[in-house]
Design a protein around this ligand. Sequence first.
Ligand code: SF4
Length: 90
Amino acid sequence: MEQQRESGDTFPVIDTGKCSLCQGCVAVAPDIFFLDENTGRMSVVNHDSYPESMVEEAIRNCPKDCISWEQPIAVTRTTDFTEEEILGIG
Ligand code: SF4
């Protein structure tokens, strides 16, 4: 069975500044990568999870080495507010 990565874990991204638009990634994984005709740049289809082996193959075959896995930015709280402060009555 195909190993899937949940989008909560990691997701593929393209460094469009390095991308040559060769569309090799589309040949490898057409359900994941596409040329966005609105922007003229390669893009990633939004999925809940991604087949790891297909993304890894696209990464291996990308001539510009511009596909990578990325983790969502973790939102951390640096301050705990009281209920009164949140409601503006504190
Ligand atoms: S294989 Fe790499 S260089 Fe080619 S279109 Fe895809 S991301 Fe861009």
